[in-house]
Design a protein. Sequence first.
Length: 107
Amino acid sequence: MTTIQSVLTIAAVAAGTMLTRFLPFILFPEGKTPPACITYLGKVLPYAVIGMLVIYCLKDSFSNGSYAFPEVTAGIFTIMLHKWRKNTLLSIGAGTVLYMFLIQNYF
């Protein structure tokens, strides 16, 4: 790759990044109300993404020898801790630590 190609590639990547970062602010300025479909998507997409991630993480768990015990245990622990403490970082961190502990020591 020549120097000019490298510079053009970096410039294209930088322009694409800037476009994706600034475009929402250009299309939906602060004083303007966003369209109803955008508001709806903003409400439902986070839950849909979380549901998809949970299914993706558990999709192969039942076929291995542990029958998803560490995954389900860590997931239930994460949910209960989040309901109790309402701290996302604590919930995710503690659930990950529990999962890794179970995998390393028992399965």
